[in-house]
Design a protein around this ligand. Structure first.
Ligand code: ZN
Length: 173
């Protein structure tokens, strides 16, 4: 096999055989001493990306959270967007569930003021329900209100007996 390299002094293209590797001879063009270099395997080198990115998991979560922010800002999250976020999480070396957890976490944060309002007034108003519906769509979170409504009633009953109401538990899935 023929080796091709360049004279380091003048750039002349030079050919040599593998048997000549390490041999020093004058360049045919500039006569400077040229040593035949070892064969370069650059074209055969395979660059393999690590399966899991080498940075910290918390950093990956931040990237995922940024992606969630980006997608949420574009509009309500539907099934296909959530699926894309899950794929994104997996590409980052995280779990699919991490994407869902970020969505649920954001929902919970935004739901908190509504929850507090419900807790302080013991009333679930139509506008509360509307806000909750909007939040559910925004983060593609399925909140079961049918199980929350009886709970509100239970809290009301407790209050009427002058007992402290427990915090409202909400089923997120
Ligand atoms: Zn030369």
């Amino acid at each position: 096999m023929e080796l091709k390299f360049e004279c380091p002094t003048c750039g002349q293209h030079i050919s040599a055989t593998p048997a000549q590797i390490g041999v020093t001879a004058p360049c045919p063009n500039c006569k400077a001493a040229v040593t035949v270099p070892a064969r370069q395997d650059d074209d055969q080198a395979v660059f393999v990306l690590p399966t899991k990115l080498p940075f910290l998991k918390s950093h990956r979560k931040k990237i995922l959270e940024a992606k969630v922010s980006e997608l949420v800002s574009l509009g309500p999250v539907d099934e296909s967007i959530e699926a894309k976020l899950q794929d994104f999480a997996v590409a980052l070396g995280l779990e699919k569930a991490d994407a869902t957890a970020v969505l649920t976490g954001r929902f919970t944060t935004e739901f908190e003021p509504i929850k507090r309002r419900m807790e302080s007034s013991f009333v679930l108003t139509d506008s509360d329900l509307e806000e909750i519906e909007t939040l559910k769509k925004k983060y593609n979170v399925n909140l079961t209100l049918s199980r929350t409504a009886p709970l509100l009633r239970a809290i009301y009953l407790l209050e009427s007996k002058h007992e402290l109401p427990p915090p409202i538990q909400v089923d997120l899935f």
